[in-house]
Write a protein that binds this ligand. Structure first.
Ligand SMILES: Cc1cc2nc3c(=O)[nH]c(=O)nc-3n(C[C@H](O)[C@H](O)[C@H](O)COP(=O)(O)OP(=O)(O)OC[C@H]3O[C@@H](n4cnc5c(N)ncnc54)[C@H](O)[C@@H]3O)c2cc1C
Length: 258
């Protein structure tokens, strides 16, 4: 349920919003082709995007591949997704004002998200999935509401209708840690390899680098949405999508010879 999309004071489900946008796009003449993109050739005036079934040619390409993060693949994770399990601190963090949460993950994003949550939640546990670099430990220790659970291995998420805690293994001992929310924050992006192979420049977090016109480093190739690691909210993504469409159309019109 999306509570913060302008124009829907009584909320709208993500599914319905998507369906409405899809219907409108089709009405305006868009053609939708389904398929997993497995490779792209972008460094030429006519670009190609290949799925398992077909190769599509285009004068301009807009990348909107989102950011798919690693999942923990532990019991309770799928069942409690949206019921206390989240992969998006900026989206769901504000729901945990004065409550107890844990961030499970690694990398710069996990550290900054933990610090962000410490300004909202009463207590924030950080459960590292990889050994923590000293600079990350120091950053976390500067925030009194953050507690690092060194060497804890989360085995299970506990809860029926909502997250109630996690079961973790610390050494030989099994321990239940009571939390109301679990945020999984890692750096994994599966489509990254395809983007890099196509020559698209990304930053050290795997986010596509764009300028103010949403142009990537390759002429005629644009990017919008979570893949650029903007604010990661539906409305900002839609705004970027509109901007990118206007710019891509202007680009195509400026190249009548193509
Ligand atoms: C649990 C959760 C709750 C959220 N709640 C809110 C909220 O309340 N309000 C809000 O504003 N935002 C919320 N967000 C954020 C919002 O959903 C995202 O910002 C938005 O969906 C990003 O849109 P996008 O189009 O950039 O990426 P996505 O919606 O992630 O879409 C990317 C698409 O690209 C596809 N893709 C990736 N790689 C390939 C490939 N190789 N071949 C083919 N297809 C590919 C993916 O399958 C996906 O369909 C939430 C996010 C999550 C995860």
């Amino acid at each position: 349920m999306i509570h913060n999309y302008p124009g829907f004071p009584d909320n709208i489900s993500g599914k319905e919003l998507l369906e409405r946008i899809r219907t409108q796009a089709l009405k305006m003449g868009a053609e939708i082709r389904k398929g997993d993109i497995i490779s792209m050739m972008l460094n030429m005036p006519i670009k190609t995007v290949t799925t398992k079934r077909e190769t599509i040619t285009a004068k301009a390409v807009i990348l909107a591949s989102g950011i798919r993060r690693e999942i923990l693949n532990i019991p309770g994770e799928g069942k409690l997704l949206g019921l206390g399990v989240s992969y998006c601190v900026i989206c769901d963090g504000p729901l945990y004002k004065g409550r107890k949460v844990t961030v499970i993950g690694y990398g710069e994003d996990a550290i900054s998200d933990t610090i962000f949550l410490s300004g909202i939640a009463r207590e924030v546990y950080f459960t590292p999935l990889k050994p923590l670099p000293t600079e990350h430990i120091e950053k976390l220790k500067a925030h009194s509401r953050v507690k690092i659970l060194y060497e804890a291995k989360v085995k299970k998420i506990i809860g029926d209708k909502h997250v109630q805690g996690v079961e973790a293994l610390r050494g030989e001992e099994s321990e239940i840690i009571d939390v109301d929310g679990i945020f999984v924050v890692t750096e994994e992006t599966p489509t990254l390899k395809i983007l890099k192979a196509a020559g698209i420049k990304v930053d050290n977090r795997g986010c596509i680098k764009v300028n103010l016109k949403q142009e990537t480093n390759i002429e005629g190739v644009y990017a919008a949405g979570d893949c650029t690691c903007g604010e990661m909210q539906a409305i900002t993504v839609v705004g970027q999508g509109v901007l990118v469409a206007i710019n891509a159309v202007a680009y195509i019109r400026s190249k009548p010879h193509l």
